[in-house]
Design a protein around this ligand. Structure first.
Ligand SMILES: Nc1ncnc2c1ncn2[C@@H]1O[C@H](COP(=O)(O)OP(=O)(O)O)[C@@H](O)[C@H]1O
Ligand SMILES: [Mg+2]
Length: 271
């Protein structure tokens, strides 16, 4: 745990050097926008070819698209794991490169597809983002994330030691832990890449309930794989080969009878 925190701190200090203005992010007022974003991991191969997406405050925007269309890449840019080559990403109209990485990471909650657990107790794993979190707070978050009962079924409950490569949790359950961690830090803005692989039906249902809970009253940008998440989104952005093909509500997109319609009638074979 201490090791992970120290590592996070070193990474953060390293990353602060990339920041120009060092502004602090204030609570979200308007939302997030990608404006004509171009990006490639290598200079000779552009992956995103001028992406425009707006995520208005309080809304859930779902990105869908086939494997390799650039969904994860977009999230990498929003998290500033990488920076855009041209165009910009803004929060409330300010380029995200102007904010300190620390304040960006503090106000943006991230739940990744392959959610991470650290070695330490379950309590520490959930409390990770919030210093001085109480057991009651951790339990409340775990309940909302649908993982409390499972934790209690373990002999040592919240004091169970887990190892990073241990098998205490399945992939889906790790995502629930990650959702609990996010609920506890209560971020304004949420980025979520839904887990798909190796999720059994029971966990699947739990993820659905936890998802509803975590996006509620929040601004969310979700890489959606689950049909229910997609249908419930305020807006769906359809991505293909690094370009936005279509956007609209589920109904609007079906009526268009375009690529989304095809994805949907092909039973949403999405990655
Ligand atoms: N780290 C990387 N270095 C180079 N190319 C990458 C990297 N990550 C992804 N790509 C490429 O970027 C494209 C988009 O990938 P990705 O954003 O992961 O798509 P999706 O999440 O929609 O499946 C793919 O062609 C992929 O091969
Ligand atoms: Mg991906």
């Amino acid at each position: 745990m201490t090791g992970a925190k120290r590592l996070a701190k070193v990474e953060q200090e390293k990353e602060e050097k990339r920041v120009s203005d060092g502004k602090e992010l204030t609570p979200l007022k308007q939302g997030l926008a990608l404006e004509d974003v171009h990006f490639g991991y290598n200079k000779d191969k552009e992956i995103l070819h001028g992406i425009n997406i707006s995520v208005p405050k309080g809304k859930t925007v779902a990105v869908v698209g086939p494997t390799g269309s650039g969904k994860t890449t977009i999230m990498n840019l929003v998290n500033r794991f990488y920076d855009v080559d041209s165009g910009r990403i803004t929060i409330d109209g300010t380029d995200i490169r102007k904010f300190t990485i620390a304040s960006l990471r503090n106000s943006v909650g991230i739940v990744l597809q392959e959610s991470v657990v650290f070695s330490g107790t379950i309590f520490e794993n959930i409390a990770f983002g919030k210093q001085d979190a109480t057991l009651a707070e951790v339990e409340a978050a775990a309940k909302k994330a649908q993982i409390h009962d499972y934790i209690l079924s373990l002999p040592k409950g919240y004091e169970t030691e887990i190892s990073e490569n241990g098998d205490t949790f399945s992939t889906g359950q790790k995502q629930l832990i990650s959702i609990a961690r996010t609920l506890l830090t209560d971020p304004d803005f949420l980025i979520l890449d839904e887990a798909t692989s190796n999720v059994d039906t029971v966990t699947e249902e739990k993820i659905q309930v936890a998802m509803d809970e975590v996006v509620k009253n929040r601004t969310s940008f979700v890489i959606a794989h689950r049909l229910k998440t997609i249908i419930n989104a305020d807006k769906i952005v359809v991505l293909k080969d690094g370009t936005v093909l279509e956007e609209g509500s589920h109904k609007e997109l079906l009526n268009r009878k375009g690529f989304y319609y095809k994805l949907y009638t092909d039973q949403m074979v999405l990655d």
